[in-house]
Design a binder for this molecule. Structure first.
Ligand code: MF3
Ligand code: CO
Ligand code: CO
Length: 256
C-alpha cells in the first residue's frame, strides 16, 4: 500500500517556508557556537528565534524529548539533549539539528560546527559526511528508487574508510515530523519505492569514524553514542522531488 504523501502545491509552499526558517535558525545560531558556550544556552537561543518567527520547535515534547533542538557533540551520533552542563571546548565537533513547525508544516535540517582548532581527522570525517549527503541528494529525481540514495552514500563513505549508521534513518517530512518512507543511508542499488514529484523527505547520513553501531544512554533514554566512542558526524536537508529533479528546501545559501 502506498503511504508516501504527495504534497499539493499549497502544502509545498507551507513546507518551503518552514524549511527556510529551519535553515535560517542554523545560520542564526552559528556565531554563538563557541568555546565556553553551553549547549543548553544554544538551545534557549534557538527556541527564542524559532518562536519569534511565529513557529514552534518540533522536538519539544516529541516522544517526551525535553528541548527545542538536538545537539550532538563528538561521539554522540544523534538526539543529544542540550544542557547547561555541556560546555563546548576547543577541538569539539558538534551537530545541531533543528526542526520547525510553521503554520502546521515541518522543516528539518542539521549541520556540523567546529570549536577552535579541530583535528585533521575530525575535519576529514565532516567533509566526507557533507559530501555523502550531496551524493545522496543527487539521486533525487522522479522515477529513481529511494534505495539509490543509500547506495550512493554508503559506497562513497565506505571507500573513505568510514561507516554508515544503520540504526537511524531519513524520513518523509512536511505534514508530520516522521512520515513514510524511511530512508536508509546504506541500501541496495535499485531497491525501495519510486520517487514522485511532490514527495518531501530528509536525507541525514550519520557517519562514524569507527564501528557503525550505536548505544542509547540508559539514563536519559535519548543520547545515541558510537559503540566504540569514536567520532560521528551528520548533515541533514529536507528535499522536494520536482518534475525534473530536486529542490533542497532547507538550503538557504543557494548551494544546490
Ligand atoms: N530532528 C531529528 C531528525 O532528523 C529528530 C529528532 S527527534 C527528537 O529526525 F525527539 F529526538 F527530538
Ligand atoms: Co530528520
Ligand atoms: Co533533524
Amino acid at each position: 500500500m502506498e503511504k508516501i504523501i504527495i504534497k499539493t502545491p499549497e502544502q509545498i509552499e507551507g513546507i518551503r517556508k518552514s524549511c527556510k526558517l529551519a535553515g535560517q535558525t542554523l545560520e542564526y545560531i552559528a556565531p554563538f557556537v563557541k568555546e565556553g558556550a553551553s549547549t543548553g544556552l544554544l538551545d534557549q537561543k534557538i527556541e527564542a528565534f524559532i518562536r519569534e518567527n511565529g513557529a514552534i520547535p518540533a522536538t519539544m515534547g516529541y516522544g517526551g524529548f525535553p528541548k527545542s533542538c538536538c545537539i550532538s557533540p563528538n561521539e554522540v551520533v544523534c538526539h543529544g539533549i542540550p544542557s547547561e552542563k555541556t560546555i563546548l571546548k576547543n577541538g569539539d565537533i558538534l551537530n545541531i539539528d533543528v526542526t520547525t513547525i510553521l503554520n502546521g508544516f515541518y522543516g528539518d535540517t542539521s549541520k556540523m560546527f567546529t570549536i577552535g582548532e579541530v583535528s585533521p581527522a575530525a575535519l576529514d570525517l565532516i567533509e566526507v559526511t557533507k559530501h555523502s549527503l550531496d551524493l545522496g541528494i543527487q539521486q533525487v529525481k522522479p522515477g529513481n528508487q529511494f534505495g539509490n540514495i543509500g547506495f550512493a552514500i554508503s559506497k562513497y563513505v565506505k571507500s573513505n574508510g568510514y561507516s554508515v549508521v544503520y540504526e537511524f534513518c531519513g524520513h518523509g517530512v512536511g505534514i508530520q515530523f516522521h512520515e513514510e518512507p524511511q530512508i536508509d543511508h546504506s541500501s541496495r542499488r535499485n531497491s525501495g519505492p519510486y520517487m514522485k514529484p511532490g514527495m518531501t523527505f530528509t536525507i541525514e547520513p550519520m557517519i562514524n569514524q569507527g564501528k557503525p553501531g550505536t548505544v542509547v544512554d540508559k539514563s536519559d533514554k535519548w543520547t545515541a553514542r558510537t559503540v566504540d566512542k569514536k567520532l560521528s558526524a551528520q548533515f541533514e536537508h529536507t528535499i522536494l522531488v520536482t518534475e525534473n529533479g530536486f529542490e533542497v528546501l532547507t538550503d538557504i545559501s543557494e548551494e544546490y
